[in-house]
Design a protein. Structure first.
Length: 183
């Protein structure tokens, strides 16, 4: 498998894929060790917002009448992906965990593409190092038990969707500027 614009050797690819798997493992490890207080941080009124909408629309079939959506109701990617995961798994706790993992993987993927745009030719070793540096977010919870810092990277409907959209827009901007140079 070749990555366009990336210099790699077979072991570089193995290390890169290993770094992604280690990140997923750390997400699962952090979730498996959450205390009751940390679970209360993860499942707060803001993060249960999508679950409440899902329940009203799809389970109770009452629609959104009476709802007062916030100014930025997180339609993409939060609402779309969470609703899909909730439909697949049928349990909002499992859907929340899977959504957090998927959201984190999307961030890693977008960071990968951003590095590729900024540095036209880049070694997979640098991209692996970036993935390993992302583990520092989880180390705060593992070492100090402070979940709040990690929560901001794994939360549902808590401005992380806006961050993902910002990364996507940044990629589109770089792509547009790259096309302008060619014309």
């Amino acid at each position: 498998m070749k990555f366009p614009g990336v210099i790699y050797r077979r072991w570089d690819l193995v290390i890169y894929l290993f770094s992604v798997l280690v990140n997923i493992g750390f997400v699962v490890f952090v979730f498996s060790g959450l205390t009751e207080n940390q679970l209360n941080t993860y499942f707060n009124s803001d993060t249960l917002y999508l679950q409440s909408i899902y329940k009203d629309i799809f389970l109770d079939k009452s629609g959104i009448s009476g709802w007062h959506l916030n100014a930025a109701p997180n339609f993409f990617p939060d609402m779309i992906f969470f609703f899909i995961f909730h439909k697949i798994f049928g349990d909002f706790i499992l859907a929340s965990l899977v959504y957090s993992i998927a959201q984190y993987l999307i961030i890693l993927l977008l960071i990968y593409h951003l590095f590729r745009f900024v540095f036209r030719v880049i070694s997979l070793n640098y991209l692996s190092a970036a993935n390993f540096l992302m583990l520092l977010f989880f180390m705060v919870t593992i070492k100090n038990g402070d979940f709040v810092f990690t929560f901001y990277l794994l939360s549902i409907s808590y401005h992380l969707g806006a961050f993902i959209n910002t990364l996507i827009c940044l990629l589109f901007t770089f792509k547009y500027l790259n096309l302008e140079k060619k014309n």
